[in-house]
Design a protein around this ligand. Structure first.
Ligand code: CP
Length: 309
């Protein structure tokens, strides 16, 4: 039991068996979140630190709650309130946290590959909570848990992902993870937001939002990441909403029992109208709960690996 690697840096490193072990463990952890008591001893005597160089609500808080629900000592540090603001390097920062007896460091950084660059230089396990435009593995895992609660198996399922594909670490991690479990991923967004060669990741690039969503088993909207754009990549919000948004009419093209996902935060009226965000098919709020369960599972399985060393 436990993960093979000391760290969770991306979906790339996980085997299909490890992904399923995380999802099955998360299903059990979800009972703790939903029915309580929200206190277990899985991480008793252990410490978890979240180190965030970018803003976050869901990821950071869910890791913090996950570690506390499992009895660990946990602490937060962000770039703005720490010695990072005085120019301290990422490696020196991580080593400092490591030398305080930390078992797991959960980190988010704007630079792709940042967690990979320090993982083998410190003793603590590193969990990638989002690195630039590269990966966001625990987001993909919580998305996959949300699907797994409705599918018996992933094989042959069509997952439609629409929006700002270029800047999305969520789509990369989902594409990698879903392909490993045999699902088919269809993507659509403005051509200016479509990475060249994305087909090499095993996804199909659709010709329209309608083609992308048609007959899908699950539909995911992605946030337009204005903060990562150096210049505007689409003419106007009104045009984006007209040609790329998942409207009620578009959602009707998916399978009748399909459900709607979004990693959050959402630009209401841009990638999704509020009516779609709040519609009966929306499982966006369930994704938030699943985020805590998945992060409990990841922390638990990493700690199991550390304990078995
Ligand atoms: N989905 C996600 O990563 O949200 P936060 O930025 O709020 O953590």
């Amino acid at each position: 039991m436990g993960l093979k690697s000391k760290d969770l840096l991306g979906m790339k490193q996980l085997t299909p068996e490890e992904i399923m072990e995380i999802l099955d463990t998360a299903k059990t952890m979800k009972m703790v979140v939903e029915t309580g008591p929200k206190k277990t001893s899985h991480l008793q005597g252990k410490s978890v630190v979240t180190l965030f160089y970018e803003n976050s609500t869901r990821t950071r808080l869910s890791f913090e709650l996950a570690s506390k629900y499992m009895g660990s000592t946990s602490a937060n540090i962000s770039a703005s309130g720490s010695s990072v603001a005085k120019g301290e390097s990422l490696l020196d920062t991580a080593r400092t946290i490591d030398m305080m007896g930390t078992d797991i460091i959960v980190m988010r950084h704007p630079q792709s590959g940042a967690p990979h660059s320090i993982a083998d230089k410190i003793n603590a396990s590193i969990v990638n909570a989002g690195d630039g435009m590269n990966e966001h593995p625990t987001q993909a895992l919580l998305d996959m848990l949300t699907m797994y609660e409705r599918f018996d198996k992933f094989e042959g399922k069509k997952i439609a992902i629409c929006g700002d594909i270029y800047h999305s670490r969520v789509v990369r991690s989902n594409a990698i993870g879903l392909a490993k479990l045999g699902a088919k991923v269809s993507v659509y967004g403005p051509r200016t937001m479509m990475p060249i060669g994305i087909e090499k990741m095993g996804v199909t690039v659709a010709d329209s939002v309608e083609d992308c969503v048609r007959d899908a088993d699950a539909v995911m909207g992605l946030r337009v990441q204005l903060e990562r754009m150096k210049s505007s990549l689409f003419p106007s919000v009104a045009e984006y909403a007209k040609f790329y948004a998942i409207t009620p009419e578009v959602l009707k093209l998916a399978k009748p029992d399909a459900f709607l996902m979004h990693p959050g935060p959402c630009n209401h009226g841009v990638e999704l109208p509020t009516a779609v965000y709040d519609c009966d098919q929306s499982v966006i709020n369930k994704q938030v709960t699943n985020g805590v369960a998945v992060r409990m599972a990841v922390l638990y399985l990493l700690m199991a690996r550390r304990n078995n060393l």
